[in-house]
Design a protein around this ligand. Structure first.
Ligand SMILES: C[S@@+](CC[C@H](N)C(=O)[O-])C[C@H]1O[C@@H](n2cnc3c(N)ncnc32)[C@H](O)[C@@H]1O
Length: 260
């Protein structure tokens, strides 16, 4: 491995582990997942609930997706490696079974869940080691679903914010093709879909949301403060976000993978 590959790996590992430093703020400031998106990810019929389904929320964080799964009636088991995130989940959802653990060594028996749901975390897993683990804990016919809340960059002021964040502008509503399957080893079938989502924010609270993102959370203190000041200054300069509450336009991207 070259020095720059090693550096890239180290930076990814640092980002994957950055969330705990923000655990309380993460729970307050990150957007929820739309019920329709979660239902679709689980392959539950529109309008139906997930009662009777045992669902593993893997990389559960503070429990944002866990809450949506519980609301659909699923019997949820949450697994999360970061002690601070897990503590926040246990504080907010004391009735949910939870375990310390990671995708590469899931602390559950073989064929013990009907679905594995992953919110905003699949990209942090070591695919070669995690996929056999996910396949192992799923019952035959079970589904793996990954959900991501993404800023809607087709809205101009949101694209402007992405530029300040230093993110590539991705116009998902125009470019996403659900049948552009994202291949994962061991799962021959997959599809994907976008769902509308929005997050009620103010300039202040959206700045706090930005602070929970891994790319910002890992910056050195002075650089992070400067980036957040720049984000806040932008938000108070844009008519749509300058005063009071507004809806931050989001899209929730859902992928699902299964074997027959
Ligand atoms: C962006 S947070 C998402 C949390 C939660 N799923 C949600 O939707 O809000 C990513 C989570 O993945 C966890 N994570 C990172 N690497 C992981 C791994 N290898 N296995 C399981 N979870 C991991 C982090 O600790 C963090 O809680």
């Amino acid at each position: 491995m070259t020095d720059s590959e090693q550096e890239h790996r180290d930076h990814r590992a640092q980002r994957a582990l950055s969330f705990g430093t923000q655990a309380a703020s993460y729970e307050i400031n990150r957007p929820p997942y739309p019920p329709a998106a979660v239902r679709w990810g689980l392959r539950v019929a529109p309008g139906a609930d997930a009662a009777g389904m045992r669902v593993l929320d893997l990389g559960a964080g503070t429990g944002k997706l866990t809450r949506a799964l519980v609301a659909l009636g699923a019997d949820v088991v949450a697994v999360e490696p970061d002690p601070q995130m897990l503590a926040e989940l246990r504080r907010g959802l004391p009735g949910v079974e939870s375990h310390a653990g990671r995708a590469e060594a899931i602390p559950l028996p073989d064929a013990s869940v009907d679905a594995v749901a992953v919110g905003q975390a699949l990209q942090w897993f070591d695919t070669d080691r995690a996929m056999p683990q996910i396949a192992r804990v799923l019952r035959p016919g079970g589904v793996l679903t990954g959900l991501w809340n993404a800023d809607d960059h087709t809205v101009d002021w949101v694209a402007g914010l992405a530029r300040i964040e230093g993110r590539a502008v991705q116009r998902l509503r125009e470019t996403f093709a659900g049948d552009d399957a994202v291949e994962l080893p061991g799962f021959p079938h997959s599809d994907g879909r976008l769902f509308d989502n929005a997050h009620r924010r103010t300039a202040e609270s959206l700045t706090s949301t930005m602070a929970t993102r891994s790319a910002v959370a890992v910056l050195p203190d002075a650089e992070r403060a400067a980036r957040l000041a720049e984000i806040r200054a932008y938000l108070v300069s844009v008519p749509q976000t300058a005063r009071g509450e507004f809806d931050m336009p989001l899209v929730t991207m859902v992928h699902r993978w299964w074997r027959e």
